[in-house]
Design a protein around this ligand. Structure first.
Ligand SMILES: NC(=O)C1=CN([C@@H]2O[C@H](COP(=O)(O)OP(=O)(O)OC[C@H]3O[C@@H](n4cnc5c(N)ncnc54)[C@H](O)[C@@H]3O)[C@@H](O)[C@H]2O)C=CC1
Ligand SMILES: O=C(CO)COP(=O)(O)O
Length: 326
């Protein structure tokens, strides 16, 4: 199965490395000509995945048309760009494996819903889970959820991508696996704030657990399965992303907690902190669904500058006491 990867950021490059590990050719589409040039000549992506020597089986291109002939396409651009990129390719009959974590602004659609709209004839799968790109690209042990409604296709994608240190676990819950990845990015910003304000490890664990309760309420309301939310793509990724400044979302939150503004923090970076884009649309979606997500509301208020971190923390702590299961 010849694999094409759309998106030459950290995660697309790491997944290209996984797909090329057996020596099979992989075509990587990147937006930036300097990324393409460096991958093809220096065998490195110095912009998004510096310091990781890449497999010679990876060839890069800036031309989407070159992806014609690939037998499966991994879609790894940030969530807000997926619609435009998928509108520019002919994917009829080619499985699309969606790897971005987010919800589209405006439409409030998950990436799979966007893909189904733009490429109605393509089979859809999702890869999601606790996966810092640098660790995956270096071959450190990693497990992901690979969700596909068509179990046979899911199994064939899993066997093509599996490596001794890269283990896909099969699921048919496409929406559930996407919700975990989208929501955890927003919760990771909140955990970063806890770190930035020096509120301690008890507070961080409380936030992870109460954040997981929010993820579960929202996910169940949207039709996700509880075992998906408590699996690799939900709780697994939430714990990873809420634990380390390696996470761009966590480090954005840390900066907010230290008193810097969202605009200044976002202007500083070329890499993506998806949670900043997902937070307001997740808040809209939760309100439209009648789901209470106080941590997500708090992140939105911090990002839009309508409240300070201290005010938000005090408000969260002053919420009425309630049974844990609600
Ligand atoms: N980096 C990681 O460890 C992981 C990232 N992801 C997800 O993968 C997705 C991509 O993230 P990264 O590879 O980390 O990105 P990145 O932060 O490394 O790079 C930014 C990417 O955005 C692309 N981009 C910027 N403007 C664009 C446009 N107008 N059209 C198309 N692409 C554009 C750049 O070309 C580049 O590929 C995100 O949804 C992220 O949440 C998922 C798992 C792990
Ligand atoms: O999704 C990720 C790990 O699973 C990467 O997290 P960040 O986007 O916060 O860096």
């Amino acid at each position: 199965m010849k694999i094409g990867v759309i998106g030459g950021g950290a995660w697309g490059t790491a997944l290209a490395q996984v797909a090329a590990a057996g020596g099979d050719p992989v075509l990587l589409w990147a937006l930036e000509p300097d990324v393409v040039e460096a991958v093809n000549t220096a065998r490195e992506n110095p912009v998004y995945l510096a310091g990781v020597p890449l497999s010679p089986a990876i060839r890069a291109t800036t031309r989407l048309a070159d992806l014609q002939g690939c037998e499966a396409l991994l879609v790894v651009t940030p969530a807000q760009h997926v619609r435009k990129i998928l509108s520019g390719i002919d994917a009829s009959g080619v499985p699309l494996v969606l790897c971005a974590k987010g919800i589209e602004a405006g439409s409030r659609k998950l990436v799979s819903e966007v893909a189904e709209e733009v490429q109605p004839d393509a089979a859809i799968a999702v890869i999601s889970g606790p996966t810092f790109a640098h660790e995956v690209a270096k071959g450190l042990p990693t497990a992901v959820t690979l969700a596909c409604a068509d179990e046979a296709l899911g199994a064939s994608l899993a066997s093509r991508l599996a490596r001794p240190n890269f283990r896909p676990y099969a699921s048919t819950d496409v929406i559930g696996s996407e919700i975990g990845g989208a929501v955890k990015n927003v919760l990771a910003i909140a955990c970063g704030v806890v770190e930035g304000r020096g509120l301690g490890l008890n507070a961080r664990s409380a936030l992870i657990a109460r954040g997981f309760a929010e993820m579960t309420r929202f996910g169940l309301a949207k039709g996700a399965r509880v075992e998906t939310l408590s699996g690799l793509s939900g709780l697994g990724d939430l714990v990873l992303t809420c634990s380390s400044t390696q996470s761009r979302n966590f480090s954005l939150g840390k900066g907010l907690g230290e008193g810097r503004g969202a605009a200044e923090l976002m202007a500083d970076r070329r890499t993506i902190a998806e949670g900043a884009f997902t937070a307001p649309v997740l808040q809209e979606a939760a309100r439209a669904t009648g789901v209470d997500m106080p941590v997500v509301d708090a992140v939105c208020a911090l990002l839009d500058g309508s409240a300070s971190a201290d005010t938000i923390v005090s408000a969260l702590l002053a919420r009425p006491l309630r049974p844990e299961g609600r």
